[in-house]
Design a binder for this molecule. Structure first.
Ligand SMILES: NC(=O)c1ccc[n+]([C@@H]2O[C@H](COP(=O)([O-])OP(=O)(O)OC[C@H]3O[C@@H](n4cnc5c(N)ncnc54)[C@H](OP(=O)(O)O)[C@@H]3O)[C@@H](O)[C@H]2O)c1
Length: 374
């Protein structure tokens, strides 16, 4: 896969004793119930953030949000909201505050993560940084297995020094996230969970990189399906990721964890089968060989969501996170909830960013069928 096409779909402890006091005293919680925590979320109002916040609230934790108040400002009116702007270095509202854990879903720039992790190092027991599997330069390049020991991409110091906004960080997304991880770990050694998700899917996901399939199948008719049916796909439901994040926070689990499903391989056919079963529309899956798609210049991942050609289809090993409690809901649940949300909240917008225009898809379906009948 070329660098630019890869970028298009990637747009992936040392035990040091901790002496800072916990924000919440260590009083015994009822048996089986996690102790109530004071959790600061840096961000919290777009996609992953709300799923994490709801999971934390449901478990009885006290959540404070820190953001600019621009994204979904009406959300979480019942929570304490601290205002500030990481891009302007405005962290005033965080000063003097104490938390059990910080969850950083909005860090893309190493200097921003360094600033918040240093500021809160003596004020919080645990820092969780949401990174990405895009830290691995080999992801999407080779059909290798990637685990947490696989080397991460590097970016030059001079490029890091030039970047101060999220937008500026995007051309170096993966390596900048790797530097953010390192900045958090340097500020709070042994007290950081660096969580590396793959494609995050489910309700509230406006990227349509998964949503396309349930919505397209619901529209019915002949659906162009990519490549080999048995080819594996990986993604994680935002709610399963949020549950794992919360577990790390509650149990102060430090370390680096890949988080993208599932345990064992899940094929494209299994995912599209679930989409077909989630709708009352009549759906015919028309499988186009990879060579056909390449010949007709169908772009992997954005025009054929979830599809990565065989020669670049890496396998991301998530066994470390599974060992610490990561669990996956059935694909059918993810598909059903995503479809329900997309129909209620997005309407035709689910076709705006990904997939093929209807006429082009119909033309390719006709060609695939003609080839098959020869
Ligand atoms: N989507 C995927 O498939 C995927 C895959 C792998 C990893 N990830 C990672 O997962 C995370 C998910 O992000 P999300 O957007 O869903 O998180 P989120 O916490 O739901 O939303 C982002 C938050 O950041 C805040 N924010 C943005 N700019 C800010 C600034 N300059 N200062 C302070 N706050 C700011 C936004 O609020 P305001 O705008 O109001 O400030 C918003 O609350 C990201 O770190 C991403 O790299 C995503």
């Amino acid at each position: 896969m070329t660098d630019s096409s890869r970028r298009s779909f990637l747009a992936a402890a040392a035990a040091v004793p901790f002496t800072a006091p916990l924000a919440t005293p260590l009083v015994a919680a009822p048996r089986g119930a996690p102790r109530k925590r004071k959790i600061l979320v840096l961000g919290g109002t777009a996609f992953l953030g709300p799923h994490f916040v709801r999971a934390a609230q449901q478990s009885g934790h006290e959540v404070t949000l820190f953001n600019r108040g621009k994204t979904n400002p009406g959300l979480f009116k019942d929570l304490e909201q601290l205002r500030g702007d990481r891009e302007k270095g405005d962290l005033e509202s965080l000063k003097g505050r104490t938390f059990d854990a910080v969850v950083d879903t909005s860090g893309y720039v190493p200097a921003h993560v360094e600033a918040t992790a240093k500021l809160l190092a003596d004020k919080a027991a645990h820092y969780q940084f949401i990174s990405t599997i895009s830290v691995y330069g080999s992801f999407g390049e080779r059909p290798d297995t990637i685990n947490e020991a696989t080397p991460v991409s590097v970016v030059k110091d001079e490029d890091v020094a030039k970047v101060n906004t999220i937008r500026q960080s995007m051309p170096f997304y993966g390596p900048m996230k790797a530097r953010c991880e390192a900045a958090a770990e340097a500020a709070m050694p042994g007290r950081v969970s660096n969580v590396r998700p793959g494609l995050i899917v489910g309700p509230l996901d406006t990227s349509d990189r998964f949503t396309w399939w349930p919505v397209r199948c619901d529209r019915g008719g002949a659906v162009l399906a990519p490549g080999d049916r048995d080819g594996h796909v990986q993604f994680v439901d935002a709610r399963d990721l949020a549950a794992f994040m919360l577990r790390c926070v509650e149990e102060q689990i430090a370390g680096v964890y890949n988080v993208t499903g599932f345990h064992g391989r899940v094929s494209m056919q299994e995912v599209l089968g679930a989409c077909k079963c989630a709708t009352s529309s009549s759906v015919e899956l028309v499988w186009a060989p990879e060579e056909f798609l390449a010949e007709h210049k169908v772009q992997p991942y954005m025009q054929m969501p979830l599809w990565i050609p065989r020669d670049g289809r890496s396998v991301v090993d998530c066994s470390a996170a599974i060992g610490k409690g990561l669990r996956f809901r059935p694909i059918a649940d993810t598909v059903r909830d995503t479809l329900q949300w997309a129909k209620a909240e997005r309407g035709d917008k689910s076709f705006a960013r990904t997939g093929l225009p209807a006429e082009r898809e119909a033309e390719l379906v006709r060609l695939v069928k003609a080839l098959a009948s020869k």
